[in-house]
Design a protein around this ligand. Sequence first.
Ligand code: SAM
Length: 301
Amino acid sequence: MQALAPRPGSLQIDGTLGGGGHAVRILEAIAPDGRLLGLDADPAAIERARRRLAAYGSRAVLRQANFEELATVAAECGFDPADGLLLDLGLSSDQLADDARGFSFRAAGALDMRFDPARGEPASELLGRLDERALTALFRRYGEEPFAGRIARAIVQARTRAPIATAAELAEIVARAVPARPSGRRYVHPATRVFQALRIAVNRELEALETALAAAVQVLRPGGRLVVLTYHSLEDRIVKRFIAAERRGCVCPPELPVCVCGRAPRLQIVPGTPATPSAGELASNPRARSARLRAAERLAA
Ligand SMILES: C[S@@+](CC[C@H](N)C(=O)[O-])C[C@H]1O[C@@H](n2cnc3c(N)ncnc32)[C@H](O)[C@@H]1O
């Protein structure tokens, strides 16, 4: 909230509505007449948020949409220009807790992992379709998984017996394929990186993020704030590089003696950011352990 600095009467966009926790705080801060546009790719999240935010009436405008459609949806809903945009990436606790979505290692329901169940291919289909090389590349690229090859081989072997249908089955195959973890380290489930990789691929998460960041600079008015919460290094790197490029402005090759592109900086970093959770926050909310917050302010250029 400090980084977003939403003022009373302003127009704010929450691109990842989830359970509506941030949305409530923003709506309170922009009272009495500020409005919030809330997006989520997941229809179930929109449904829940609609109930939770009903008290705010027409001040809360909710749309089921992928945030890669930000430019279009913001314009359609009268939020272009906007004063702030929040992206709190990844999946919500509600999605993790829903066995039927296949996000958690113990889930006995279908291995789906789509934020929007009406769009794209479920994780089980992707896992059944890709060959060993493609699976290895996927786990390396989106999971930075050191045992990608072994895991891919184990999956290909397992699916000759029967398709891998549930998250719990996949978690077990991965756990059996990798060496035991060194003792003394904090426990992280051995399938964490594989699950991350599949989720990123199924939802095209990195592409959607790049598109949304580009749209954010178009939609935000000068002085408007962009705040992004990331939970792993791949998405954080994208946000970091994007902000760095927009701070620099000029895209001329370094060997040119003078700038010929004429591009001016469009973002500046919000003081106090990037930020990570304090020890106190981690104690009360361990799920924040990998969170990193980056924030930038739109310049007049
Ligand atoms: C970490 S949760 C957000 C939690 C929320 N800030 C709150 O206070 O409850 C992330 C949410 O973003 C949604 N999401 C992830 N990627 C998305 C995308 N590309 N477009 C729209 N929604 C997305 C997920 O469905 C999920 O509900």
